[in-house]
Design a protein around this ligand. Structure first.
Ligand SMILES: Nc1ncnc2c1ncn2[C@@H]1O[C@H](COP(=O)(O)OP(=O)(O)O)[C@@H](O)[C@H]1O
Ligand SMILES: [Mg+2]
Length: 234
């Protein structure tokens, strides 16, 4: 579904990604792990079209994306939930969800889709008319994920979704990722909590200093203390 080959990206003169190659097959949960500053967020931003300067190849469902702007990539079925969530202040939960629909041009099915989301996230259903920023961090993260899911993406990219969230909600969120997979959504997950992420992932890539240094099945990596210690301890 997603094939990245020799991806390079820069912040000004700083060469942040160096020849990243990775792939994600339909229906997989693939995890990117590595220390702070390893290049995980930059990889997701490059896939979504949010890096000013990127070279190499990113194909999604057979189409080359690298020259395409972010909105085109979104329309092709890519979704991205950034670390900073971007919940819109002054809007209710419902209005924030509606933004996801407007962006995906699925206005006609609004009521139906909002019902669907409510069924997946009962907590959001109870808070549809609450101002979104008054919810807890975890609930806002659920909203950000719901807003991305409402567009029915083929592949959703999540950047550190568990960051700063209560453990009980984190468990709920990870169950949701597994059920997304069961329903056919492909997931590319960046996560600091390596054990948790590998628990639901099929495969993982380890990044260090802007390069892929290791790849393995989630199961193999879970058992590989040396790699985890060398590249994943904060
Ligand atoms: N906006 C930015 N401007 C300049 N350098 C940045 C910017 N964002 C990240 N970097 C640098 O790019 C490298 C990769 O960062 P990032 O992709 O955010 O890592 P990770 O998500 O794995 O923690 C780091 O050296 C970081 O300092
Ligand atoms: Mg990051």
């Amino acid at each position: 579904m997603l094939q990245i080959s020799k991806l390079n990206a820069w912040y000004g003169a700083s060469h942040a990604l160096q020849d990243i190659s990775l792939e994600v097959s339909k229906g997989e949960i693939v995890c990117l792990i590595g220390r702070n500053g390893a290049g995980k967020t930059t990889t997701l931003k490059s896939i979504m079209g949010l890096m000013g300067r990127a070279r190499g190849s990113v194909t999604f469902k057979g189409e080359e994306l690298l020259r395409q702007p972010a909105h085109v990539r979104f329309a092709l079925g890519l979704a991205y939930v950034p670390e900073e969530r971007r919940i819109v202040q002054g809007l209710t939960v419902r209005e924030n969800l509606r933004l996801g629909l407007v962006a995906s041009k699925q206005k006609k099915r609004e009521a139906e889709l909002i019902d669907e989301i409510a069924a997946i996230f009962p907590r959001l259903a109870e808070r549809m008319d609450q101002e979104a920023v008054t919810m807890s961090g975890g609930e806002q993260q659920m909203l950000a994920i719901a807003r991305a899911m409402i567009a029915k993406p083929d592949l959703i990219m999540l950047d550190e979704p568990s960051e700063g969230i209560m453990p009980v909600l984190v468990d709920e969120m990870f169950e949701l990722f597994s059920s997304m997979k069961a329903q056919g959504t492909t997931v590319l997950l960046v996560e600091q909590n390596v054990e948790l992420a590998l628990g639901i992932a099929d495969r993982a890539y380890v990044l260090d200093q802007g390069a892929v240094v290791h790849q393995a099945s989630a199961q193999a990596l879970l058992a590989d203390d040396e790699i985890k210690e060398r590249y994943c301890s904060v």
